[in-house]
Unconditional design. Structure first.
Lengths: 386, 287, 79
């Protein structure tokens, strides 16, 4: 069932998804490359297409604080940011998760300065991986639309009640037009939980405090509650993805996208829009008789250790591509992938590649080159420089 | 405000809170940033506040309140008070940006700064609201800075109502809180909050110190309503310098001013007198 | 989920154990003006026919004694 197709950028797709979700309060501060999201949302609000309060805050820290304030009294909310802005709001992002508020946020991933960069990298996204946020990563404008709606479904689920974010690449997805299938707004609304049903809401009818000082034994119990919620989120996300598939025809029940991975003997592990070039590389290598395949991580937190571990165990070899600068240690995705392999009891041969940093294009030639390096015996970490 | 809260004995802020909360009533939502009140509120799972309360990160109380009030209005609850109860540090320093933004946007919130003139919760460090020459742990030989004039900063944001409060004058508090709650827009109240451990005086003297602050002219009771300045309470009668008690009477009660020399005290007296000359002009303009 | 909420409760802390002195009211001097009630930071003063202090939560700050216009309250050392 579809409300039709529109040619949209990733950012506009987010705005259309948010419009369909009908939040009560939106709060955001402009930062390249997020701005078209909030500009489009402002248009929707001013035209009356979206009945929401839009708070044009004076900083990202305040943007997250404002949606926390709104969510604490039961409102559905949205915000969006990128890199420097995400890091400015960083402490309050952790606050949102600890307060168990189902805020949804879009993060247009962008490299951090200095030196100044506006181009894509995933370092900003990865920095929230311990915060308690449910984290999706989209690879196309269609996925931005679909995952934003699913983010609400998961965040507001009574077994979860954690904030959820969707990341997508600056410019390559945020500003690139592609055809996007939109859901009928009624149907999109019916996938999301009804508003007003949340239990953890501040109200003068039943006064309570959120966020009091807690002595250590109480603190750990409260944080453990988040842990259990995050564990439930994997199951809830899978079910939400399945239901979404029934309505849209695009199934999201798996946290991973698998391309020719079932019989692969070497797997690329990737996240984000570079998957397009990686798919080309897989096809080229297959054409040369190499049993290549790829796994794209779409739900990053909670991380699908079991699913990825099984695939890595079968393949035995992996080229793990982190689109992030990382110093003094393995990249975030590498760490998770290796943990997945270890949990599956699989010994794998791997090469970690830091690629696409600072927005450098990663082409199928690059992916093929990574495989050749791996086959020639290169192991450990490689920074893919031009 | 429930008894059995965790404030220090003699805490000025809790005298203020009792009267503010009584005036506001139960349809009140509070946002409290990191401050003494975060601890006064009691440890989980107990709360000393019988109103819905959101604890918030230090810099963000005005922003959280902005989101909260917009959400409540959007969801049809317009007949409630959304109140920020923040310390001086969380208002004039780290919280200033969020407050300035909220004031410019004009959300319907009541922002109350209880000013104990330093970062008391973390152990008496200087803030932008610490008066000149005062001892704090980070200004051990006396504060070289000045005290930010926060009510004037808020008046310059053209908010509909700004006023000062003092715990020695509860009637004045109640009148101003009720008036503020009846006005739409961002209302800013700046409250004098004497702190026995931080200012170094015996806990029994809180009300006396508060009263002397007004009687010496150090703390001025006034309101700015729709841009018009008006003195209130006993401050109305203190335009005549001969009716103001000497500043020394206020300073001498507090250990944080014990190191002041004669010329320091004269200087502080001069500053108070100069401030009152400006006030006289504002009173004239307000007529 | 409401496990993250704290609920309003009298006696969030056992403040009465903090004090070193307690206020004692001399009913014969008391004029029931209410100033002690007005200024008590801990809301432990109640006035009905006479002034009653909740010693479970009184911290012994001494403000009531200091503001009393007829000196009807004396701060007495706790034993």
């Amino acid at each position: 069932m579809s409300a039709g197709r529109r040619v949209l950028t990733g950012n506009y797709a987010a705005a259309y998804a948010v419009r369909a979700a009908k939040p009560d309060v939106i709060s955001a501060y402009p930062i390249t490359p997020q701005t078209p999201i909030i500009e489009k949302l402002s248009e929707f609000v001013d035209s009356g297409e979206l009945d929401a309060r839009f708070i044009r805050v004076e900083s990202e820290h305040s943007a997250m604080a404002a949606v926390i304030g709104a969510s604490s009294v039961g409102a559905r909310t949205y915000t969006a940011t990128s890199s420097q802005g995400l890091f400015y709001m960083y402490e309050v992002c952790w606050w949102a998760a600890g307060a168990r508020l189902p805020i949804v946020m879009g993060v247009v991933t962008r490299a951090l300065g200095p030196p100044w960069s506006i181009w894509s990298e995933h370092s900003d996204f990865y920095a929230l991986r311990d915060s308690g946020w449910v984290m999706y990563f989209a690879s196309s404008a269609q996925e931005v639309y679909d995952l934003t709606l699913q983010a609400y479904m998961v965040a507001e689920n009574g077994d979860v009640l954690l904030p959820a974010m969707v990341g997508w690449d600056a410019f390559e997805v945020s500003h690139t037009y592609e055809p996007v299938e939109l859901l009928d707004e009624e149907e999109a609304g019916s996938l999301l939980p009804a508003k007003g049903g949340r239990v953890n809401v501040l109200s003068h009818e039943d006064p309570a405090s959120l966020g009091n000082l807690a002595y250590p034994e109480d603190y750990i119990r409260i944080r453990y509650g988040m842990r259990r919620a995050m564990e439930a989120a994997g199951r809830v996300a899978s079910e939400a993805g399945r239901r979404y598939g029934e309505i849209s025809g695009r199934d999201y029940s798996s946290p991973l996208e698998c391309y020719r991975c079932e019989d692969a003997e070497v797997l690329y592990v990737v996240m984000g829009s570079i998957v397009g070039e990686a798919i080309d590389a897989v096809d080229r290598l297959r054409g040369e008789g190499v049993k290549a395949g790829l796994v794209r991580v779409r739900l990053y937190r909670p991380f699908p250790y079991a699913e990825l571990g099984e695939l890595l165990g079968r393949a035995g070899n992996a080229i793990i591509v982190n689109r992030a600068s990382r110093f003094g240690g393995y990249g975030a995705l590498t760490g998770d992938a290796l943990a997945a392999a270890a949990e599956a009891g699989a010994r794998i041969d791997y090469l970690e590649v830091a690629a696409g940093i600072g927005g450098v294009d990663v082409t199928s030639d690059d992916f093929v080159g990574m495989y050749k390096m791996f086959r020639a015996g290169r192991r450990g970490t490689v920074w893919w420089m031009r | 405000m429930l008894k059995g809260h965790a404030a220090c004995p003699g805490c000025g802020a809790t005298i203020l809170l009792r009267h503010v909360l009584k005036a506001l009533g139960p349809r009140t939502y509070m946002v409290i940033p990191a401050s003494c009140s975060s601890v006064i509120a009691g440890p989980y799972p107990k709360s000393s506040f019988a109103v819905p309360l959101l604890h918030m990160a230090f810099a963000a109380s005005a922003a959280a309140a902005s989101g909260m009030v917009e959400a409540l209005e959007k969801m049809g609850r317009r007949d409630v008070n959304v109140v920020v109860w923040a310390g001086d540090g969380g208002t004039v320093d780290i919280g200033l940006q969020a407050l300035s933004g909220a004031a410019e946007r004009g959300h319907n919130i009541l922002y109350i700064c209880y000013d104990n003139e330093a970062y008391m919760n973390t152990g008496i460090q200087k803030s932008g609201s610490t008066p000149p020459k005062a001892w704090t742990t980070t200004t051990p030989t006396g504060n070289p800075g000045f005290k930010k004039d926060m009510p004037s900063i808020m008046a310059a944001h053209r908010v509909p109502y700004v006023a000062t409060l003092n715990p020695a004058y509860p009637n004045d508090i109640v009148k101003k809180v009720e008036k503020a709650a009846s006005i739409r827009g961002l209302k800013y109240l700046h409250a004098f909050s004497p702190c026995p451990p931080g200012w170094r005086f015996d806990a029994s003297l809180t009300v006396k110190v508060a009263r002397l602050a007004v009687e010496t002219g150090v703390w001025v009771l006034y309101e700015v309503e729709g841009g018009v300045f008006r003195l209130t309470g006993p401050s109305k009668h203190l335009l005549d310098p001969s009716r103001r008690k000497p500043v020394e009477e206020y300073l001498r009660l507090q250990g944080r001013f014990r190191h002041l020399t004669e010329s320091d005290i004269e200087e502080l007296q001069r500053m108070v007198d100069e401030n009152w000359e400006k006030i006289a002009q504002l009173v004239e303009e307000g007529k | 989920m409401s496990e993250v909420f704290a609920r309003p409760q009298i006696g969030a802390v056992g403040a009465g154990s903090w004090r070193t002195e307690r206020p004692v009211v001399d009913g014969s001097k008391c004029i029931l003006c209410g100033l002690c009630w007005l200024y008590c930071p801990d809301a432990v003063v109640e006035i009905d026919e006479r002034v009653v202090i909740d010693y479970d939560y009184c911290k012994g700050c001494g403000i009531c004694a200091q503001v009393c216009p007829v000196k009807a309250i004396e701060m007495v050392r706790e034993r």
